[in-house]
Design a binder for this molecule. Structure first.
Ligand SMILES: Nc1nc2c(ncn2[C@@H]2O[C@H](COP(=O)(O)OP(=O)(O)OP(=O)(O)O)[C@@H](O)[C@H]2O)c(=O)[nH]1
Ligand SMILES: [Mg+2]
Length: 226
């Protein structure tokens, strides 16, 4: 068994995730959101990839199909799987459940909150229960919504994936990949800015760095007193 990050990286230099799910489940959309960066250490492989070097699986289940909550295809997968690799059930297009709970005319915030609660409770009673009732339930379950919108992100997927990885070395490798993607993402944003925008951004970062340093100093002082 490899022990250090370097040993794992030598075996497979990138954190590898297998993404599966039926057609239209939102797989490609997730990949674009997660890996829209050059040189990311997060590598996505398809089913023909080297499965012995896969570190986690994202199993996408779309919520916009009537049979989604208990689709035999998904449940059969979790009943049959015998894999030591963490599997995260990714329930995509969650807003479809919300839409089905919204009544036609009333779009007040109260009605929306009511619909949100009804959608969540429907999800808990159907999808969640069905998945948890399988022989080998997913290690983590996450809900994603509106990913077709440019500003939507999938931080919850990162968090749940991290939580699903129990091996410390692998979770470090995943965190490292996330960190690298984030850095590359920031660089791309900066590159896309005008020089004036970049300067403004740099000033804001400096200001916050000073603030952060002050907080750190204050925290250290508190630490000393304790
Ligand atoms: N409403 C909504 N649409 C989504 C969401 N995520 C993806 N879509 C849309 O769903 C459609 C299918 O998404 P893809 O990411 O192409 O699905 P896929 O699983 O890669 O599909 P295949 O490659 O055909 O297996 C696209 O039109 C996406 O824009 C979501 O969270 N909400
Ligand atoms: Mg696709």
């Amino acid at each position: 068994m490899p022990r250090t990050i370097q040993e794992i990286k030598n075996l497979s230099p990138r954190f590898r995730i297998l993404v599966i799910g039926r057609r239209n489940a939102g797989k490609t959309t997730i990949l674009k959101k997660m890996c829209d960066s050059d040189g990311s250490d997060l590598q996505i492989v398809d089913a023909n990839g080297k499965q012995d070097q896969i570190h986690a699986v994202w199993f996408c289940i779309p919520m916009d199909e009537q049979r989604a909550p208990s689709a035999q295809f998904e449940l059969a997968f979790f009943n049959a799987r015998e894999s030591p690799v963490p599997i995260i059930a990714v329930c995509t297009k969650f807003e479809a459940l919300l839409d089905s709970e919204m009544s036609g005319e009333d779009d007040s915030s109260d009605a929306e909150e009511e619909a949100r609660q009804a959608a969540q409770s429907k999800f808990d009673r159907t999808v969640l229960q069905a998945l948890r009732g399988t022989s080998h339930p997913p290690d983590q379950i996450v809900q994603l919504q509106n990913l077709d919108e440019p500003t939507a992100g999938c931080a919850a997927l990162t968090e749940r994936t991290y939580a699903a990885i129990h091996d410390k070395t692998l979770s470090d490798l995943f965190a490292l990949a996330q960190h690298n993607s984030f850095s590359v993402g920031c660089t791309k944003v900066l590159q896309a800015m005008t020089p004036a925008g970049r300067n403004a951004c740099a000033r804001a970062i400096m200001k916050h760095s000073k603030l952060f340093a002050n907080i750190q100093r204050a925290t250290c002082r508190c630490g000393d007193i304790v």
